[in-house]
Design a protein around this ligand. Structure first.
Ligand SMILES: [Fe+2]
Ligand SMILES: [Fe+2]
Length: 253
């Protein structure tokens, strides 16, 4: 180590130069830092821009466009149905496909790596559903400020759940009806926006997905049947109260 002995004037000049540099650095940091209001708001403009830039690095151009569409649609639904935090809904929509780049075996490996508790049968047979729960887990670890409501909505967007919250229903439905979707059964769901309760809209969306999976001979997440049963009896015109007569048309005659 070399110890340099400086005279007083040189030491003072260097100290003053260092202080001036530090002041300039402070000014530039302050200038690039978001205002305290937006910086402290996880759903404010600054954080939304930051998460959008990070998402762009993780997903394909097509997926990025879809995610922005879901974000916008989620905020629109939040406003239509009086959800108190439309900006939170927008953020949840933006990040819902955070882990979508992991497919097939990579998605299964992700479950193990993150230690997410999912039925091994689902992990093995339906890896395309895993990006919801793994995305939620990685967001929880890296961006805890987004909060459990957002993580849950992300986790549930792939297959739904019993006891969906308003935010869960908003993200689930926005994922289906965002403007870039061309899936043929989307239109009736779009038309149903604002015509009943948010649960009615979610049920319409869930039904469209359920019907499409059946029509195309696709596998159903086993929970989907329970979710269907749970929500269908709550719908007007359901067989509620008429269970003594069979709702199965095969058994009518
Ligand atoms: Fe997804
Ligand atoms: Fe999606």
């Amino acid at each position: 180590m070399i110890i340099e002995i400086k005279d007083g004037a040189q030491a003072r000049a260097e100290r003053e130069a260092a202080e001036a540099t530090a002041r300039a650095d402070d000014r530039s940091t302050t200038a690039s830092r978001p205002s305290s209001d937006s910086a402290s708001d996880p759903f404010g403009k600054e954080n939304y821009r930051r998460m959008k830039a990070l998402l762009k690095e993780r997903v394909s151009e097509r997926r990025f466009k879809h995610s922005k569409g879901v974000a916008k649609t989620a905020r629109m639904l939040a406003r239509v149905y009086g959800y108190p935090n439309p900006e939170q809904a927008r953020m949840a929509g933006l990040v819902h496909d955070w882990d979508k780049r992991y497919v097939g075996q990579a998605a299964r490996d992700r479950v193990v790596e993150l230690g997410v508790d999912i039925d091994p049968t689902i992990v093995e047979s339906m890896p395309w559903l895993l990006h919801g729960p793994t995305g939620a887990e990685v967001l929880r670890r890296e961006f805890p400020e987004l909060g459990e409501d957002v993580f849950q909505a992300v986790a549930r967007h792939t297959s739904g759940a019993i006891g969906m919250t308003d935010l869960d229903m908003i993200v689930f439905t926005a994922d289906l009806i965002e403007p870039n979707r061309t899936f043929k059964d989307v239109e009736p769901v779009r038309e149903a926006v604002g015509k009943g309760s948010l649960e009615d809209l979610f049920f319409t969306a869930f039904k469209a997905i359920f019907a499409n999976l059946v029509e195309n001979n696709r596998m159903l997440h086993p929970d989907m049947v329970e979710i269907w049963n749970h929500y269908s009896v709550r719908q007007p015109g359901a067989q509620k109260g008429r269970l003594s007569s069979s709702p199965d048309p095969k058994l009518e005659n």
